[in-house]
Design a protein around this ligand. Sequence first.
Ligand SMILES: Cc1cc2nc3c(=O)[nH]c(=O)nc-3n(C[C@H](O)[C@H](O)[C@H](O)COP(=O)(O)OP(=O)(O)OC[C@H]3O[C@@H](n4cnc5c(N)ncnc54)[C@H](O)[C@@H]3O)c2cc1C
Length: 287
Amino acid sequence: MEALLGPGAVLSDPDELLVYESDGLTLFRALADFVVFPTSAEQVAALVKLASREGMPFVARGAGTGLSGGCLPAEGGLVISLMRMNRVLEVDYDNQVAIVEPGLVNLHLSWAVGPRGFYYAPDPSSQQACTIGGNIATNSGGPHTLKYGVTTNHVLGLEVVLPDGEIYWLGGKTRDAQGYDLVGLFVGSEGTFGIATKIAVRILRKPQAVKTVLAVFGRMDDASEAVSAIIGRGLIPAAMEMIDQLTIEAVEDAFGCGYPRDAAAALLIELDGLAVGMEAQAERVIQ
Ligand SMILES: Cc1cc2nc3c(=O)[nH]c(=O)nc-3n(C[C@H](O)[C@H](O)[C@H](O)COP(=O)(O)OP(=O)(O)OC[C@H]3O[C@@H](n4cnc5c(N)ncnc54)[C@H](O)[C@@H]3O)c2cc1C
C-alpha cells in the first residue's frame, strides 16, 4: 500500500490505529489493520482492487462524526480515510454547481462560495467537522431541512469507486439527468455501494433577508400545535426547532442565551427570503 500511496499515507501502528477505532458513537470500537489516506480516485480504486484481491474487508471513513458506527472496520481490515481528498475542484456560479472531493468539510464549501453570495444548504449540526462524503453516505440533514431538504436534494452527480475498483460517474451536473436515478440510490446507502470520490452539488444564493422569531409556551402541546398551525397556513420557515424545558435549562446554564427558564417549551422559527414581505411573514407566524 505504501508503494501505491507513497510515504506517510499508511498507518499500521496500533497506537495510531486507536484514533480510528470508533466514530461519534463511542460505545462501539473496532481496530483496523491499516488506515490509509489516498489523495485521488485512482488511488482509492487501486486500494479497493488490492483489498478485493487479498480478501481484506474495507470501509470508507470521512470525519468519523457518524452516530451509528458506520465507518468502523468489521473485522480488522482496511479503513480508507478520505480526509486528504478535501478540495473544492470547480465552481460554476452561473449554473450554481460545485464539484468537490468527498473529504471536504461541509461548512468549508459554504466558506468557499460565501464571498460570492452563495452557500451549501444541507447543514447537519456537525457541519464544522463532518465531510460531504459522509453526508452523502448518510443522507444528512439539519435544521434547514424543513424548507431546503436533505443531502439527496442537493446532489446532482457522483464519481464513485465500486467494490471491484471500477470508477463510474452517476448523474451529472444538471438536475434532470437521464436514466435511472442512481445518484438517489447511492445517497444514503451508508457506503455499502461504493466510495464517492467526486461530488457535484447544488449551491444556493444566500437569502436576501433572515428573521428569527422566538415563541414561548406554557405547555409542550401548545408548542406542537403551533408548529402544525404555521405549516397549515402554508408558511414554510427555513427552520423551526422546538426546545423543551430541560434543554432550556441546560442551554441557559451553559450559555445564558436569555430563554425564559420557566417556559415549558420554546420554538425558534427562522424565516428567510426576500426583504420585501419579511415583516408580513413574521406577523402571520406570530398570529
Ligand atoms: C455533534 C453531532 C451532531 C450531529 N448532527 C447531525 C445532524 O444534525 N444531522 C445529521 O444527519 N447527522 C448528524 N450527525 C451525524 C454525522 O455527523 C453525520 O452522519 C455525517 O454525515 C457523518 O459525516 P462524516 O464525514 O463524519 O462520516 P463518517 O462518520 O466518517 O462516516 C459515516 C458513513 O459514511 C461512509 N462514508 C464516508 N465517506 C464516504 C465516501 N466518500 N463514500 C462512501 N461512503 C462514505 C462511512 O463508511 C460511514 O458508513 C451529528 C453527529 C455529531 C457528533
